[in-house]
Design a protein around this ligand. Structure first.
Ligand code: IPM
Ligand code: MN
Length: 347
């Protein structure tokens, strides 16, 4: 019987309850499909930072390396630890160290979910570059606190980095409806974004079956609202992808439905699966966090592990539950009630 070792990092705020929910559903799906999932849970979080002075131990990355995948809840508790410290101590180093260069975020309406748009029939796969670009971390500050203070933060785009994410986008488009939208801002940023466009055009020759269109980020933001059904795969740089995928979450009914996968397509290192929503301090104590984003991320994990039947089983259960109106409106149902409904549909 196949067996997979999963590292769980619930993290902060609603990360704990949503990961517990996702894990229960994934276990049920594994049981039904005849494989096993074994978890080791890591307490790394802002609370851990307050105790130890670090978000994860010095050998944290090494202790994750041997797992088949990582399931992460949320990182951040700005009341006690600045976000710039917590994110750079846990989430962002994992994405970079394991070269999880493709951040995949699906945006479509689950049955029964009322989005804010008139459009209903959209099915977008956003692919965000996840290791460099605007998140490269190259920069510094001088003359701090003085009137002469300077802050510099330089985006870094490498040929290898841009080419691999665009290739990944072309491959995904080929496996879906054959349309790739490449997003830049090359009318204003004449070095990095023109470079991205050039590589897009070069690679297009290798994928004659994919229809590729270049968009500027501002126009893409409008298109995702006005004509989301015209889009299939959307590929963008780290920051542009970050922003577009919160927009994607909004049009799919909210962050409670937004799933994501941080993938190392070479499979050298474990990939990491996480809901897009973050720790949500405002509702963390209320028991109303929607576990669907985490459960959907867990389904993406099963797919990545090579268990597509189990992944489908999880998504069918989620869809059967939302079709009945359960978990479809923020705050309407308790986390536990949504999870129980999905659990009974999954088995
Ligand atoms: C996300 C989040 C993170 C990001 C933050 C918390 C650093 O917004 O996963 O989209 O920007 O990557
Ligand atoms: Mn984000």
């Amino acid at each position: 019987m196949a067996s997979y070792r999963i590292a769980l990092i619930p993290g902060d705020g609603i990360g704990g309850p949503v990961i517990a929910a996702a894990w229960a559903v994934l276990q049920a799906a594994a049981k039904a499909e005849g494989f096993t999932l074994a978890a080791e849970s890591f307490p790394w979080s802002c609370a851990y930072y307050l105790e130890t002075g670090r978000m994860m131990p010095e050998d944290g990355i090494e202790s994750l390396r041997g797992f088949d995948a990582i399931l992460l809840g949320a990182v951040g508790w700005p009341q006690t630890v600045p976000d710039s410290v917590s994110l750079h101590g846990l989430l962002l180093p994992i994405r970079k160290a394991f070269v999880q260069y493709a951040n995949i975020r699906p945006h479509r309406l689950l049955p029964g979910v009322q989005g804010p748009l008139r459009a209903e029939g959209f099915d977008i796969l956003c692919i965000r570059e996840n290791t460099e670009g605007e998140y490269a971390g190259a920069g510094g500050r001088v003359h701090q606190g003085s009137a002469n203070e300077v802050a510099v933060e330089t985006s870094i785009f490498t040929r290898a980095g841009v080419e691999r994410i665009l290739r990944f986008g072309f491959e995904q488009a080929r496996a879906r409806r054959g349309k790739l939208a490449s997003v830049t801002k090359s009318n204003a940023q004449k070095y990095s974004m023109v470079f991205w466009d050039e590589i897009t055009d070069l690679l297009a020759a290798d994928y004659p079956d994919v229809e590729v269109t270049r968009y500027h980020i501002d126009a893409m933001a409008a298109r995702m609202v006005m004509a989301p059904e015209s889009l299939d795969v959307v590929v963008a740089s780290n920051l542009f992808g970050d922003i577009l995928t919160d927009l994607g979450a909004a049009i799919q009914g909210g962050l409670g439905f937004a799933a994501s996968a941080n993938i190392d397509p070479t499979r050298t290192s474990p990939s990491m699966f996480e809901p897009v929503h973050g720790s949500a301090p405002d509702i963390a104590a209320l028991g109303i966090a929607n576990p669907i984003a985490s459960i959907w991320s867990g389904a993406m994990m099963l797919e990545h592990l090579g268990e597509p039947a189990a992944a489908k089983r999880v998504m069918r259960a989620v869809e059967a539950v939302t079709a009945r109106g359960i978990g479809t409106r923020p705050g309407q149902d308790k986390t536990d009630a949504i999870t129980a409904a999905i659990l009974s549909a999954v088995g």
